[in-house]
Design a binder for this molecule. Structure first.
Ligand code: PLP
Length: 408
């Protein structure tokens, strides 16, 4: 039997899901912001501190070896989980944001010239816009927005038409956090590759929801963040081609990333350690390893199938709400829904929903250019995970109707 066949038992693995908020059972529809953590992940973190606490890759004593083994095991697990070509291609970072900055500063900036272009879609999270703007401002390069359509899909033809000999990198979100759109990343990677352009895919919202195979996608860089993957905050990764990592200079200097330091000159460690200075979030990465084991035991295909059912139920339910407009309604979408409701500000809606125990996000979702494109200052966003239920969707829809009446 799969754990998904017994949702109450699966939900019982998440202590937070048993909480009551303002006297009502919590309906947690803010998974795109951060996902809740199963007890097993919490235990892995506390076991590290209770039993194994030691620094990694430094001590030969037993605790040091235990900590290093547990920590490095996550690299193998993550490499398998996302289909990396090897464990050396998995660089641990604090999350997606740090991973994109690492690529911007280490890969792109050293060779970026005035007039060079970085092509990113209009539906990117700020984490896949601002690091490029920073290195572009220093070098005279520019960030070019790739077009999207009124339904929140990538304009593939328009995007490919913008690729030219000055384009140095294409950055694209795999699943949009603001719209829920699932992008045709393989098509864009192939088009960029055929033109000799580097590619970075932001997989923050993809890896928690379906199986990803980075080697098959054949992108140069794939970035992800652990806390959306049911793991602790401050964990994440850059998956990158080994040859590129070999050629890239370090991003930050310090301990662990070196081979030999002298005042005459310093030599650096091999990737991935070259990019991992200092003491990392050891407990967090051990928690990430536990989260991956747990997800794989359930199975990403089973998770994707369940979420597709929840998505369709939510889409149908939202379509029946008077005065509600979806912001982005792509054909290929995740169970992430941004919407505006006539006469109600998104923050007021989210506040009233919270009074009914329902957690949704309201705001710009770190995607100002996406909001500008749709001409809205903010949206409310409901984002589901496989532990959510159709009953929760019904509670949410009732609360939404009630909130709308109150705000009318
Ligand atoms: N990219 C996308 C699509 C996201 O949804 C997020 C988080 O909201 C990020 C990047 C940034 O992730 P982090 O803040 O964990 O670095």
């Amino acid at each position: 039997m799969n754990r998904l066949d017994d949702i109450p038992a699966l939900r019982a693995e998440f202590p937070q899901l048993a909480r009551r908020i303002h006297g009502k059972p919590l309906v947690y529809f803010d998974n795109a912001n951060t996902a809740q953590k199963p007890q097993l992940v919490i235990d892995a973190v506390s076991d590290y501190y209770r039993l194994h606490n030691a620094n990694v890759a430094r001590a030969v004593h037993t605790l040091g070896e235990e900590a290093t083994t547990l920590y490095e095991a996550t690299r193998d697990k993550l490499a398998r989980f996302v289909g990396a070509r090897s464990r050396e291609e998995v660089v641990f970072t604090r999350g997606t944001t740090e991973a994109v900055n690492l690529v911007a500063y280490s890969f792109l900036r050293p060779t970026l010239k005035p007039g060079d272009e970085i092509l990113v879609s209009r539906m990117e999270h700020h984490a896949n816009i601002v690091p490029w703007q920073l290195v572009a401002a220093e070098t005279g390069a520019k960030v070019v927005p790739a077009p999207i359509t009124a339904s929140g899909e990538l304009d593939v033809e328009g995007t490919v038409a913008l690729m030219n000999p000055r384009t140095r990198l294409v950055g694209l979100v795999h699943v949009s956090n603001a719209l829920g759109t699932v992008n045709p990343v393989a098509e864009i990677i192939a088009a960029a590759k055929a033109r000799g352009i580097a590619t970075l895919i932001d997989g923050s919202q993809a890896v928690p929801h379906f199986r990803v195979d980075v080697a098959a996608l054949d992108c140069d860089f794939y970035v992800l963040t652990g806390h959306k993957l049911f793991a602790p905050t401050g964990t994440g990764a850059l998956i990158a081609r080994r040859a590129l990592l070999d050629a890239m200079p370090p991003f930050m200097g310090g301990g662990e990333m070196i081979r030999k330091v002298s005042f005459e000159g310093t030599t650096f460690n091999d990737p991935p350690h070259k990019f991992e200075p200092g003491t990392p979030n050891i407990a967090g990465f051990i928690g990430l390893g536990a989260a991956i084991d747990w997800l794989q035991a359930i199975g990403m295909d089973a998770i994707a199938a369940r979420e597709a059912r929840l998505r369709d139920a939510m889409r149908a339910a939202l379509a029946a709400v008077d005065g509600l407009r979806l912001v982005g309604d792509a054909r290929a979408r995740a169970a992430v829904f941004s919407f505006v409701v006539e006469g109600a500000h998104a923050h007021d809606l989210a506040t009233l929903l919270d009074h009914d125990g329902i957690a949704v996000r309201s705001g710009h979702h770190c995607a100002h250019p996406t909001m500008q494109f749709f001409g809205v200052p903010a949206t409310a966003r409901a984002s589901l995970a496989f532990y959510n239920t159709e009953d929760e969707i019904a509670v949410f829809i009732d609360a939404l109707a009630k909130a709308r009446r109150m705000l009318a």
